[in-house]
Design a protein around this ligand. Structure first.
Ligand code: BG6
Length: 327
C-alpha cells in the first residue's frame, strides 16, 4: 500500500545527484559528489585524496585532523591518502610514495569501466609521472582513480595502474588506501575479520606474529600489517551505533594503525588528543610486490559502507566471509 500524504505535511525535498568542482579554503581544488539520498564525498586533486564522506544526516565518517595542512608538499593528514608507488619506507622513494602529494588531473576520457550502471555519481582522476618523479622512480605509468558514491551512500574507490614504459621494462610497486575512519573513542572500537591472521608488527622490528583472540581492540599504539586479510572487515563503533564495513579486491593485506598519545605529540599535523577519534584500516598490497609488464594494468578496489550498529558482531566469521566474496 502506498503511504498516504497529509496535505498539511511539507513536501519532501527532491534531491538529485551532482558532481561539482570547487575550491577549499586554501585554494586547493576539489570535487564534491552528492547522491540523491543526501550522502556526499569530496576528493582533492592534490593527492587524489578523498577528504570527506558524509552520510544523509551530514555526519562526517572519515577523520581529517583539525591540524591537517592543506598545502603542498605536505600530504593531507586524514581522509584516504593513496600510498603509491610504495607503502612505507624503502630505498630512495619518499615514505608512502609520491601519489599523495602530487596534483592529479581530471580524467575526461577514461577507458571503459566495467561498472555497476546504477552508480552515476563519480569523479575520474589521473596521475602521470612528471620529469622529477621519473628521476626518483624511473617508470612511466598511468594511474586512474575513480571515486564513486553508490545510491545509498557507499564510497567506492577503484584504482587502475598501467605500465606505459616503452622500453620493455617491467615495474613493481606496493600500494595502500590509507583510510582514516572517524570513531567516537578508539578504546571502544572492535575490528572483526582480522582475528587469527598472521601480521608483521612495525613496532616490533617487523617480526611476524599470529593474532590471538576474538576481535581486535585498542589499548595502545598499533602498527600492524595483516597478511592475506579477508575481503570483508567490520569496524564496530558501539558508542556511535555505527559499523563500517570495508570490502576490498586486489588488495591482499590490511594495515591497522593508530599512533596513540606519545607519537601524536610528535606529529605536527595531528592534535595531541585526536588519536582517540581516528583509526586507520588500510586495504593494501604490501608484502608481495605487484609487478606489471609494459601494457599491463592492475586494479585495486575498496568499498566502504556505514551501517547502523544493529549489525551484530560475529557476523564476520572469517570462513563465511572468505566464501561469500561479493566482488
Ligand atoms: C601507517 C604506517 O600506514 O602510516 C605507519 O603503518 C605510519 O608506520 C603511518 O607511521 C603514518 O604515516 P605518515 O607518513 O602519513 O605520517
Amino acid at each position: 500500500m502506498a503511504a498516504a500524504t497529509s496535505s498539511s505535511s511539507p513536501p519532501t525535498p527532491q534531491r538529485s545527484s551532482s558532481v561539482e568542482r570547487t575550491k577549499g579554503p586554501t585554494g586547493l581544488e576539489k570535487i564534491v559528489l552528492r547522491e540523491a539520498r543526501g550522502w556526499s564525498a569530496e576528493v582533492h586533486l592534490y593527492g587524489g585524496q578523498v577528504t570527506s564522506w558524509k552520510n544523509d544526516h551530514g555526519d562526517e565518517l572519515l577523520f581529517v585532523s583539525s591540524k591537517a595542512i592543506f598545502k603542498p608538499p605536505k600530504a593531507i593528514r586524514g581522509g584516504i591518502p593513496i600510498c603509491f608507488p610504495q607503502f612505507g619506507t624503502q630505498g630512495n622513494l619518499e615514505k608512502h610514495g609520491f601519489a599523495r602529494n602530487r596534483f592529479w588531473a581530471i580524467d575526461d576520457n577514461p577507458p571503459p569501466f566495467p561498472v555497476n550502471t546504477a552508480i552515476k555519481t563519480f569523479a575520474d582522476l589521473i596521475l602521470k609521472p612528471s620529469e622529477e618523479d621519473l628521476k626518483v622512480w624511473p617508470h612511466s605509468f598511468e594511474f586512474r582513480l575513480r571515486v564513486a558514491l553508490a545510491p545509498g551512500g557507499d564510497l567506492i574507490l577503484t584504482s587502475r595502474i598501467r605500465n606505459t614504459n616503452i622500453d620493455g621494462r617491467t615495474f613493481s610497486f606496493t600500494f595502500a588506501y590509507h583510510t582514516y575512519l572517524s570513531v567516537s573513542d578508539i578504546s571502544e572500537i572492535r575490528v572483526e575479520g582480522l582475528e587469527t591472521l598472521d601480521y608483521f608488527d612495525n613496532l616490533n622490528e617487523k617480526e611476524r606474529f599470529t593474532e590471538q583472540g576474538d576481535a581486535i581492540v585498542f589499548e595502545a599504539e598499533v602498527d600492524k600489517i595483516y597478511l592475506d586479510a579477508p575481503s570483508k572487515i567490520a569496524i564496530i563503533d558501539h558508542e556511535k551505533k555505527r559499523t563500517y564495513v570495508l570490502r576490498k579486491d586486489g588488495l591482499p593485506d590490511t594495515v591497522v594503525w593508530n599512533p596513540w598519545d606519545k607519537k601524536s605529540k610528535n606529529m605536527q599535523d595531528l592534535g595531541d588528543e585526536e588519536y582517540k577519534h581516528m583509526l586507520c584500516v588500510e586495504p593494501a598490497a604490501v608484502e608481495k610486490l605487484i609487478t606489471l609488464k609494459p601494457g599491463e594494468e592492475w586494479k585495486g578496489r575498496m568499498e566502504l559502507s556505514a551501517v547502523p550498529s544493529s549489525y551484530c558482531s560475529g557476523q564476520l566469521d572469517p570462513e563465511k566471509v572468505l566464501q561469500g566474496l561479493e566482488f
